[in-house]
Design a binder for this molecule. Structure first.
Ligand code: B16
Ligand code: MG
Length: 219
């Protein structure tokens, strides 16, 4: 039986990708690296430090900076990101998410946040949806980030259920990889050309509903 839904945050509950992009673009510009929207796609679902490493490698600067310098760059990017998201409100919840959360609560399914973002608790508070979730996996507590399965396995454990009793919802290719590596059914939101390895791809969050999740889980 389907017992728990493991939600990615950025790109599923709300669209913070544009703010991550602006913050990385400006940091990249300071370092002489052009971060465009196409390259930014590759950073979705990828942790802060791993994103920086990818940007530096993209700019041919992989070995230029010390760990302390890289940590300072990450802090700078995050300070800018926090400045950009501070005006977020419940109006920024993506379409279909609130009705789905209501449905899941009504049906007694567990709901867990499995986001790579260390800012997830703060964002859920701004969106005023924290109470809809039974738990948030701390991304710092898992050994390996997406595409490794760790965060989704930790999500199932936090829900107190088996991975086979869960469904994961993601917008990033690396996130779908992580769900599938955990042997969990995957629903992806976005472009089927990038997310075709999910069990079902929906173009929009407004297509999400408990019946769709159950139907996909039973495939
Ligand atoms: P932070 P998700 C991910 O969130 C974002 O997609 C990714 O762009 C970001 O770098 C990562 O969180 C870390 O975020 O810097 O806030 O800790 O999609 O896994 O919910
Ligand atoms: Mg995401």
């Amino acid at each position: 039986m389907l017992k728990a839904v493991l939600f990615d945050l950025d790109g599923v509950i709300t669209d913070t990708a544009k703010f991550h992009f602006l913050a990385w673009r400006d940091l990249g510009a300071e370092l002489g690296i052009i971060v465009d929207e196409a390259f930014n796609e590759e950073l979705k679902g990828v942790s802060r430090m791993d994103s920086l490493e990818r940007i530096l490698a993209y700019g041919g600067l992989a070995d230029k900076y010390s760990l302390a310098e890289k940590e300072a760059f990450c802090t700078k990017k995050n300070d800018h990101y926090l400045e950009l998201i501070k005006e977020m409100t419940p109006a920024d919840i993506l379409p279909g998410i609130l009705p789905l959360l209501e449905e899941l609560r009504e049906a007694g399914l567990k709901t867990i946040i499995t986001s790579a973002s260390k800012n997830a608790p703060g964002i859920l508070a701004l969106l005023q949806v924290k109470d809809y979730f039974d738990g948030i996996v701390d991304p710092a507590s898992v050994a390996a980030g997406k595409p490794a399965p760790d965060i989704f396995l930790a999500g199932a454990e936090l829900a107190g259920v088996q991975p086979a009793e869960c469904i994961g919802v993601e917008d990033a290719a690396s996130g779908v990889d992580a769900i599938k590596a955990a042997n969990i059914t995957a629903i992806a939101i976005g472009d089927a050309a990038v997310l075709g390895h999910a069990d079902r791809v929906l173009t929009d969050t407004s297509d999400l509903a408990l019946a769709v999740l159950r139907d996909t889980w039973e495939l």
